[in-house]
Design a protein around this ligand. Structure first.
Ligand SMILES: [Fe+2]
Length: 208
């Protein structure tokens, strides 16, 4: 495997372990972002860039971690919210300083922009947002919804997609629709595996 990608996977674990509620979040975002890129027919290099950007998209949270994860309450107060909003720009600075390609830096800077212009840091609208950032946006929100948070349990994949549909104005439909079909296929595959695991299992076997 590409050594640089492997290093960014390691980095994603460090980013995620900083908060007890985000373990493997970045890895999940990276995996689905890469899958979407492959589905869109992007080149191998572009797919790897998507994976790297997914792994590193929240690296700015490490620079703001004292404010984000310090203290003993898990509420998202105004002060914390301010630092949450800064993490995209902080992350951009880190990867830029480390000499990552501009494409990756831009994806990280804009991964919280919404398609309708209501995101941050620059309130970009529609195609002004780099395609990679539009891909990260959908994968990021989905990964957050399908994991436990201090204030709620994880939603299952189908419910998470329904919640995404309610906010679909935030997403590029050219990205959202293929993403929805990836999730659908995964749900179907899980159901099929479950059915196969139980086929031939008698009631006797289930209770004993
Ligand atoms: Fe983020």
């Amino acid at each position: 495997m590409n050594y640089e990608v492997r290093m960014t996977r390691l980095m994603s674990r460090i980013i995620d372990y900083r908060s007890p509620f985000t373990a493997m979040h970045s890895a999940g975002v990276a995996a689905s972002a890469k899958k979407l890129a492959e589905l869109a027919g992007m080149s191998r290099e572009e797919c790897l860039m998507m994976e790297i950007a997914g792994n590193l998209h929240d690296i700015g949270k490490l620079r703001a971690s004292t404010y984000l994860y310090g203290g003993d309450d898990d509420t998202l107060n105004v002060e914390k919210m301010r630092y949450v909003r800064l993490h995209a720009g902080l992350g951009y600075e880190v990867v830029k300083e480390e000499g990552y390609p501009d494409r990756i830096c831009e994806m990280i800077l804009h991964h919280h922009e919404n398609y309708d212009g209501t995101g941050y840091p620059d309130n970009l609208v529609g195609e002004e947002i780099p395609l990679g950032a539009r891909i990260l946006r959908v994968c990021d929100v989905f990964a957050a919804l399908t994991s436990d948070r201090p204030y709620r349990k994880a939603f299952d994949s189908e419910t998470a997609v329904e919640l995404l549909i309610e906010e679909v104005r935030h997403f590029d439909m050219k990205v959202f629709l293929p993403f929805q079909s990836i999730v659908h296929d995964e749900v179907q595959a899980r159901e099929k595996a479950k059915r196969e695991a139980y086929s031939g299992v008698t009631t006797d076997k289930l209770v004993n």
